[in-house]
Write a protein that binds this ligand. Sequence first.
Ligand code: ZN
Length: 150
Amino acid sequence: MSELRDLYQQVILDHNRAPRNFKEIEGANRSASGHNPLCGDELKVTLHVSEDGLIDEVGFHGSGCAISKASASLMTEAVKGKTESEVEILFEKFHDLVTGVNETPDRKDLGKLVAFQGVREFPSRVKCASLSWHTLRAALKDDAEGASTE
Ligand code: ZN
């Protein structure tokens, strides 16, 4: 198990060091900003949704702690090519995983996102890990208010 834990930490460290899709999407048709005042994480998610409802481009930028940055990076990889309803399903699984509301979360389809399971032991970090997801959902709903974890 500790080997697995090390592997998870590697995934988070790697995505913090070299975040994927760390950019503003040119010609984005949805965007939202997210803020986690508890930790000071601020990020913006921009994306392009195709006419048939697929997220064909997604990026994020901003500043935040390692967990928020790695989570946003992994999220962009996980949601690319998905529809809004597929994103909702994935978000719920991810949310169960990080909050620990469900003792045995459904890890199927989460892929590398399971790296964040350890976050459930640190309640203040749950907001860091879920900020990018809340921001993406605000963007998909075209919510000008953006997302705040408070
Ligand atoms: Zn944070």
